[in-house]
Design a protein. Structure first.
Length: 84
């Protein structure tokens, strides 16, 4: 396996894919699944619905990512309430 590390990436999800991805991301236990990246830092790898694309996070990045996902889910619920 060869990994290419890229700082920027845009993924598009259907709502059902996003909900499933959210559940997996929130359950990811950093301490249980970390490995060492090319720079020697501890990271976790998160699979996406796209088989050839995975995301890598440090502990702080994963925490920020999960927080952003929580905010996105909250705003989606607000949007549904306003437009239903």
């Amino acid at each position: 396996m060869i990994n290419i590390w890229k700082p920027g990436l845009l993924l598009s999800f259907s709502f059902s894919q996003f909900y499933e991805f959210t559940k997996v991301a929130k359950k990811l236990n950093f301490d249980q699944y970390f490995e060492y990246g090319p720079d020697g830092n501890r990271i976790v790898i998160l699979s996406t619905p796209f088989p050839d694309i995975c995301l890598k996070f440090t502990r702080a990045e994963l925490n920020d990512f999960v927080h952003a996902i929580d905010e996105a889910m909250y705003m989606h619920k607000v949007y549904e309430l306003v437009h239903s």
